[in-house]
Structures are given as structure tokens and as C-alpha cells.
Design a protein around this ligand. Sequence first.
Ligand code: GLN
Length: 458
Amino acid sequence: MTTVEKTRLYLDRIAEKAALNAFLEVYPDEALAQAAEVDRRIAAGQAGPLAGKVVGVKDVISHAGHKLTAGSKMLQGYTAPYSATAVERLLAADAVIIGRQNCDEFAMGSSNENSAYGPALNAADESRVPGGSSGGSAVALQADLCDLSLGSDTGGSVRQPAAFTGTYGLKPTYGRISRWGLVAYGSSFDCIGPLGKSLEDLALLLEVLAGADEHDSTSSSQPTAPYRAQLAATPERPLRFGILRQALDAGDDALHPTVRTALTQKMEALKAAGHSVEVYDFPLLDYILPTYYILTMAEASSNLSRYDGVRYGYRTPNPANLEDMYKRTRAEGFGREVKRRILLGNFVLSADYYDAYFTKAQRVRRLIQQANDQLLQRFDALLTPVAPGPAWQLGQKRTNPIEMFLADIFTVQANLTGQPAVAFPAGQADGLPIGLQLMGHPFQEGALLQAARVVEGV
Ligand code: GLN
């Protein structure tokens, strides 16, 4: 099949599956023109590594000349003036970008229900959420609307929707992929991450996207690696897996029994295959979510102060004066969850509470990082669930933010520490996809993907 034929096929499927609301916009003419150019390059033997691949991009990643809304009314009508480094690298590798994908507003959420443009739906059961915040990016793969997606992961937003849709997602090491052009949520946590239909897809995308970038001072200059070749190789020795005791011991209300069974079956199979599997304890587990939410809300309240009605997107009509314009623009432009986080973020950063919340949370983050470093001395990778259960019903957790936050218990650790983590399918619970997660060593994504291949294969 030529790239043009494939692009047409995907455009047709996106139209057919419009009810899933995975894409907020598609670029038919541009995608077909790019596909024709890619086919010419393939014929001329000059094709880049993503030639023939059709990619969707989460609507928080800038693509010059294209709309960028971050799932928010606040950025309605805003056009990105420049491209994210990740998008430039996609295009330089001969990808076809087919459209921008639905997500929670400013990437805040775990269900895609916080999108100002309506939720994306889980293709396995349309009464259920696809996970979030990169819900559209995951559903697009689940429903076969494109080959690969680009998401972002601040606390699990690539991995959890991957698990809810039976697809694959990688949160690389913090700084491995440039954040230039990514709409900021919690800048010390944010990572652009690939989603795909296989571990090979993740390795391929990472190979294209990884590497230093002068536009992002937090991007790492650590050398990148041939991730696909590393994934294809077999480990030279048996691997050492750690399994979280708290996950094994959790009651049925905290962890779906089928998720626990998936974990214990893998544990036994890995042992039988000659790998070492040891249960580890993480006493700081209870502090992970409060630390994550205090710090990300603080960073978000600062990052989102730029949306003032002056410089970007939405501005309230007919304000009485400047202050009224600021207030009404922000009151009308932001949704409930984003407002809640801005308020809480400002609270934990306020003079009277700064030390009690923000400074303390930073200290706890350091303790979590130290505990994690010690664990990584004993293990090649840590195996946990991605989420406590499969996708829930639309509306089920919407009115209870704490319950929604609790669903992130297994994913936020890797964002607090900065280490890479991969989510891969691990069967079904109640007829819905579930996933397992492996967390690995910083800047060792190749070894992590290889370990995931081992876990998948046993
Ligand atoms: N659910 C988490 C949150 O709402 C993670 C979001 C993300 O990774 N962007 O913050």
C-alpha cells in the first residue's frame, strides 16, 4: 500500500468513527500532499525512518500554522506560531501528520472528560472513558485511525490511556525528548511520549524524537541509543524484576482482582523463565499522590498565569475595564478542573502556606527519588499495574476529584523521579483492556523496552 492510499484509508476511518471524538481536527489536503511527497521519497530511495507512517498529535503540541487548543476554550482560535521540536523531528523523518487529537484541558485529568470539546470515547465500550489526558491519542490507535500518536505524560497521561485502550505508551526519562513547543502544565514533570501498537513502534518514535535541543534547557545531552536494535536484542543475562508489595496486598476495592492476577501470573512466568523476581516494599507510596498533586498544581498555577486575555486565544467580550477583562477571561475560558488546580496551586504557593505545602512537597519528592534510586540498585525494572482497574464509565468519577486522582497511584512515581516507564497490554478485565507498567533506569529506555518484551513474552 502506498502512503497516499494508507492516508486515504485512515481519513475515511476517522470520518466513519467520528463519534469516538478522537481527533479534534484532521488535515486531509495537507496529509495527502505530504503522503505523496513521502511516496516520491520512498521511490527515490531517500525515505526517512517514519516514511509510510501516519501520525496523530495530541492537541498540546505546537504545529506551526495549525490550531492548538490544549483541549481548552481558552485557546479556541489560537494558531501555533512555531512547531514543537518533536513535530519538526516527525516531519524531518518523513511522517505524515494527519490531525490533532482530543485530550483533557491543559492535560489535566485521567479520563478525557475535562476536554472543552467533549470526551473521546473508549472504542472497546463507548460508554466508558478512554483514560487521559492523552485519551484521543490512545483511542486513535485502538480504533485504527492512524499508525502512531504523540502524547504527553505529566503523571501518567500516555501510559494510563494506553492501558485503557490495549495499546502501548512510553514516558521517556525527563529531558529525553525536548519540551519545546509543548503547552506547559507541570514543567518539572512534563514529558512528550510516544504511543503505538507495539513496543517496536515506541522504539521507532523514540529514536526519531530523543536528543538534546538548544530550545529546551532541560533537554538532556546524554547520548541517545539505537532503541530499535536494543529492543530486538535478547538480554545477555536473566533480569531482576521488582514487584510492588502494596499492589499484591491491595484489597479488591483498591485493585481489580484481574489486574492482581495479571501481575502474579507474570511473576510466576518470569521466575519459571529463569529471571529473578522479588517483592519490594515502597513505604512512601501513600505520599506519592499528595506530593505529585501539590507540586503539579503549584507549577500549573504559575504556567497558566499567561492566559490573561491579552496574549493568547480567548478574551471576554465587552469587559468593563482591564481587571474585569482578566477576571472574566479566566472565569469563562478555563473549565472547572483547571480552575480548581489554579486555586489550589496558588494556595500552596501563598506566603503563609508555602513552607507547609510547597517546600514540604519538594522535600518529599527528594525522599521518593532517593528511595527509588536505592530500589534501582537492586532491580533492572519495577513491575506494577498501570491503573488499579480497567476503564470506568463516563461520568463515574467526574464529581469526585479525589477518586479520579487515586487512579494515578501507580503512574505518578516515574514523573516524580524522572525515570522512564512503559505501559503495555496485559489482557482484559471485565472484557476491557488492562495494562502493566515497567519502570526502569534513567536514560536506559532501550533496556526498559527490552525488559517489557521479556515480560510480554513469558
Ligand atoms: N491524571 C494526571 C493529572 O491529572 C496526569 C495528567 C498528565 O499526565 N498530563 O495530573
